[in-house]
Structures are given as structure tokens and as C-alpha cells.
Design a protein around this ligand. Structure first.
Ligand code: GMH
Ligand code: CA
Length: 160
């Protein structure tokens, strides 16, 4: 048992060092694809990547396109994420629609999964539900949020 125990230890050492090599390769590969995701106009904040394709459309259109790509409409959940969204808006000089609406209950803004929002950055005086028909949320170049009619066309911004 003594000998076979030793060789088992040696086998495990070999397996651990193989895994270490594989992990290093994966880390290098991941780091490269993070850069790919952020070039030329994407932003990485923590584990989240914000990317636009430059497409413009209505809220339903944009939502569908982000889902189809395996992501979802951008929904910044803190100031750092909102700044990343703002930078993309500035870069394109076009407002984006967020993955935030009050379609379910007027005045109660939620993520697309139905959870109540945990962060917001409303412009003073917003949301004002102008003419009673603003259930979507756009981000201005100053990073501030405005509720806006979902049928308007805005720049797509997905998060992955
Ligand atoms: C109204 C006014 C404006 C405001 C818009 C905006 C539309 O026209 O209150 O000052 O910018 O609504 O909220 O979404
Ligand atoms: Ca408004």
C-alpha cells in the first residue's frame, strides 16, 4: 500500500500541474477575448460586457436582438456600470434604451426579469410619463435617465 500510495500522490501531482497549465492557457485566452469584446466600442465592468452593434430600433426590436445574441438589453446596476453605458452613448452621440420598463405597473420600474430596479439615475423631473405613454428608459449623453415611449427608435446596447 505504501508504494501505490506514493504513486497515487505522484499521479495527483501530475494532474494538478496539468490543470495549472490548462488554467493558465484559459486565463490567457479569456483575457484576449475580453479585449476583443471591448474593441472598438465595448466596455467591461467587472464580469459584465456592454456592446452595441450600432443598430437602432424600437424597444421590442432591441430587446429581441440582444436576446437573440445571447445577451440582454443593458441594465446598469451601479454608478460604474452607468458610466460605461454613458461612455458608449457619448461615443455614438445617440441615446440607448435600457432593459428597464414600467410596463407592468405604471411608475414602478423593473428589469426585464420582473425584479424592481436597485439603481437609477433619473434626470431631475423624470420619470414624467409624458402624455401617459412613456414606459421605457433612455440614457442621455450626460448619463441621466429619461422615461420615453417604447416605440421611439434608439441605439441598441446589450450586456453579456
Ligand atoms: C416634457 C418636458 C421636458 C422633458 C420631456 C421628456 C420626454 O416634454 O417635461 O422637459 O424633457 O417631457 O420627459 O420624455
Ligand atoms: Ca420622460
Amino acid at each position: 500500500k505504501g508504494d501505490s500510495g506514493l504513486s497515487e500522490v505522484n499521479l495527483m501531482k501530475k494532474q494538478v500541474s496539468d490543470l495549472e497549465g490548462q488554467l493558465r492557457a484559459l486565463q490567457a485566452s479569456f483575457s484576449k477575448y475580453q479585449k476583443v469584446a471591448a474593441f472598438p466600442g465595448g466596455r467591461i465592468v467587472g464580469n459584465k460586457v456592454f456592446v452595441t452593434s450600432g443598430y437602432e430600433g424600437t424597444f421590442d426590436d432591441l430587446k429581441q436582438k440582444c436576446l437573440q445574441a445571447g445577451g440582454q438589453l443593458a441594465a446598469p446596476k451601479n454608478a460604474a456600470e452607468n458610466t460605461a453605458v454613458q461612455q458608449i452613448v457619448v461615443q455614438h452621440n445617440k441615446s440607448v434604451f435600457l432593459g428597464v420598463t414600467d410596463i407592468q405597473t405604471e411608475g414602478k420600474f423593473r428589469y426585464l426579469n420582473g425584479d424592481a430596479i436597485v439603481y437609477s439615475n433619473w434626470l431631475q423631473g423624470e420619470p414624467n410619463n409624458e402624455k401617459g405613454r412613456e414606459n421605457c428608459v433612455e440614457v442621455y449623453v450626460n448619463g441621466k435617465w429619461n422615461d420615453r415611449a417604447c416605440g421611439e427608435k434608439r441605439l441598441i446596447l446589450c450586456e453579456f
